[in-house]
Design a binder for this molecule. Structure first.
Ligand code: SF4
Length: 438
């Protein structure tokens, strides 16, 4: 009996799909390589952008014939999309062949829901409100030597364009002993890079009784023995503070790489977005970060086409992107989301303008990324070997700054730290030769 999982959206969802896989394997299913051959199929959906939602609905619809031919298979739909008002009803009407619908907070009960469907042959729908921490759900990880670890769930920020607080609920931190325990066992199992996940990791601990925060948590994790790297995302510039910066500076295990989403460089737009910082405040944090961690690689999320954005606002964004000097950025156009404040704003920007601005932004960021790559030629960098491309007989991995590096070697290097001398930096990736391996 096989399972197959479709995953949409962010790393948080990727990690939750590892938990869905863990639940399926506990029920006795094995990982399959195609939905058509699976006995249970799960959709872990995202509703942050319209595209992801459309994609998921399209893929669910494509299973109609399969379900007709094999009515015994179980199709389960969960994740952020199902948590939106009216989503369960829409799924029932449009895709009556879906067997199980589970909300973001119901993931730990997914195993029971599948069993109930199999025993009763009745549709099972559970969508809980509020927020929850899922402890003790086994994860089947396919990302060795990297592993994701949740530190918190939900978000309290209500950026006006974002649906996340409505579908993921309020911030809920995991107890520090649970996070540290999970990281310790992953290091014991041989994982070499841990990424701590939360919608706003800098709020970690605010809701806990224990007296701790994200900087303390990082400090504690860095005390775990063994050679490993620590990354974390996502930060919110309003909460990213000097204490955090000092913790990055002092701990060698923390990568000198920070993802600090800007979103926009115009104060007027930032206010409309409810981001609660100005461009100058953002750049001041970047300055502070560079003071303590001069080689820190900075990445960002940058949006164009927020309602009422003018050419002048867009130029402010371009200026901050230039000044911040990102090594890379996720650039995207604003996407209307029903239920958010921005969706009701006047002055929605036309698709033509959005397209023109995103192209200019991407051009700028590409040239900044290329400039930074050029400085690598001839350098020896430490890379964690993360994957192997059989066809090209090439390994790939990243340095601590997140730069992707390709190299050849006869030995099996997966999961090893290697020193690579960079011979070529065409584009944004690096190509080199191994000069030393663990
Ligand atoms: S911080 Fe803002 S953008 Fe990020 S998840 Fe929360 S509301 Fe959404």
């Amino acid at each position: 009996m096989k399972y197959y999982i479709y995953t949409y959206g962010c790393q948080m969802n990727e990690h939750e799909s590892e938990k869905i896989a863990g639940i399926f394997e506990k029920l006795g299913y094995e990982k399959g390589d195609a939905a058509e051959k699976a006995d249970v199929i799960a959709f872990n959906t995202c509703c942050v952008r319209e595209n992801a939602e459309r994609h998921a609905y399209g893929n669910i619809g494509a299973l109609k014939q399969l379900k007709k031919a094999r009515p015994e298979i179980v199709i389960a739909v969960g994740g952020c999309m199902t948590q939106q008002p009216g989503a369960a009803e829409k799924l029932r009407r449009t895709f009556p062949f879906v067997d199980v619908v589970f909300g973001t907070h119901n993931l730990p009960e997914l195993g029971n829901m599948i069993m109930r469907r199999l025993e009763t042959n009745k549709k099972v729908v559970e969508i809980a409100e509020g927020s929850a921490v899922s402890e003790g759900v086994p994860a089947v990880r396919n990302t060795y030597p990297n592993a994701w670890v949740n530190v918190m769930y939900g978000c309290n920020n209500f950026c006006t364009y974002c649906i996340v607080p409505y579908v993921r609920g309020r911030e809920k931190s995991r107890a520090s002993k649970d996070v540290i325990g999970e990281v310790r066992s992953l290091i014991g199992e041989g994982y070499k890079e841990i990424t701590l996940l939360g919608q706003n990791v800098n709020s970690y601990g605010k809701d806990l009784e224990e007296n701790t925060d994200f900087a303390d948590l990082i400090d504690e994790i860095c005390r775990i023995d063994g050679k490993f790297r620590l990354r974390f995302m996502s930060n919110h510039p309003k909460d990213f503070n000097e204490k955090m910066i000092k913790v990055i500076a002092k701990n060698n295990k923390v990568c000198n790489s920070v993802h600090l989403p800007l979103q926009a460089g115009s104060d007027r737009i930032l206010k409309l977005m409810n981001r609660r910082y100005t461009a100058a405040e953002y750049l001041e944090k970047v300055r502070l970060l560079r003071k303590y961690v001069p080689d820190c690689a900075l990445t960002s999320d940058v949006m164009v086409g927020f309602p009422t954005e003018t050419e002048e606002d867009f130029q402010d964004t371009m200026r901050v992107v230039r000044e911040a000097g990102y090594i890379g950025a996720f650039t995207f156009v604003y996407s209307r989301r029903t239920g958010t404040v921005a969706d009701k704003m006047d002055g929605q920007v036309s698709d033509e303008l959005k397209k023109d601005r995103i192209m200019r932004l991407v051009d700028l960021q590409n040239s900044l990324s290329r400039e930074q790559s050029a400085g690598y030629e001839g350098k020896a960098v430490e890379v964690l070997c993360e994957d192997y491309d059989e066809k090209k007989n090439t390994y790939l991995g990243r340095d601590q700054y997140g730069k992707m590096c390709y190299f050849k070697c006869e030995k099996n290097l997966l999961g090893k730290f290697v020193t690579v001398k960079i011979a070529d930096c065409s584009g944004i990736s690096l190509y080199g030769n191994v000069i030393n391996a663990e």
